[in-house]
Design a protein around this ligand. Structure first.
Ligand code: FMN
Length: 215
């Protein structure tokens, strides 16, 4: 039998409360007679690993909708914290009336595999080709294959590890933007055994690396 609630809860009407979510700049156009455009998207996520698929959900009334529907490609550009204002602005004005790249001071640059541009200043660019579009109601979900990825070299360490956090990560939660903070663990840390102290100190001596203080 379920336990009695000891934490007081309110019942809310069903809605899109899932938080936090990303707030990304999706670039599209620049091909088949469409000018390059940007749309801010929060309804985005990874949906399959093999093959690598992600989805974005777009309202049909958006200018970008027609572009993506006809060109069947787009780029998900993950912004840095410093681009938060551009992210918001590209989500409140339409490419029908503005050249968002120019006005936001962002540079359209060549993608590796798709015809539409990447946003050069964004640290992570995920090039996508649409596989399916699902008309769900208010939004159409484009399920797309990731066909190429570009990352800023400045975020790579000497061992080839990507440190996206170095550019400042942005999240969106219940209508507000947040800066993601410190890392609280790696994947699987909850089940990882702590190294015994003598082994750790031997390794530190042999590799010459100082052990970081655990908090
Ligand atoms: C933080 C944020 C998240 C947004 N997420 C979405 C989304 O997931 N899907 C969508 O259709 N519109 C979303 N929008 C609204 C569009 O970005 C906005 O209507 C934009 O002006 C459309 O541009 P376009 O007409 O040039 O395509 C979002 C806006 C903001 C500010």
């Amino acid at each position: 039998m379920a336990k009695r609630n000891v934490i007081e809860k309110q019942s809310w009407k069903p809605g899109n409360i899932l938080s936090p979510v990303p707030a990304v700049l999706v670039s599209c156009g620049g091909t088949r007679g469409w000018k390059p455009n940007l749309i801010t998207i929060a309804w985005a996520g990874n949906v399959c690993s093999e093959p690598p698929l992600l989805s974005i959900s777009v309202r049909p009334e958006r200018y970008s909708y027609d572009i993506i529907e006809t060109t069947r490609e787009f780029v998900v550009n993950v912004p840095s914290l410093g681009q938060a204002k551009a992210v918001d602005w590209c989500g409140v004005v339409s490419g029908r009336s503005e050249d968002k790249f120019a006005k936001a001071g962002l540079t359209p640059a060549a993608a590796l595999k798709v015809q539409c541009p990447i946003v050069l200043e964004c640290p992570l660019n995920i090039e996508c080709r649409v596989r399916e579009s699902l008309k769900l109601g208010s939004h159409t979900m484009f399920v797309a294959e990731v066909v190429a990825v570009q990352v800023s070299s400045a975020l790579m360490d000497a061992r080839g590890m990507l440190h996206l956090e170095r550019c400042g990560l942005l999240a969106f939660a219940h209508g507000r933007y947040f800066a993601l903070g410190r890392c609280v663990g790696r994947f699987g840390f909850s089940v990882q055994k702590r190294k015994n102290r003598s082994q750790s100190s031997i390794r530190a001596k042999t590799t010459g690396r100082a052990l970081r203080r655990r908090s």
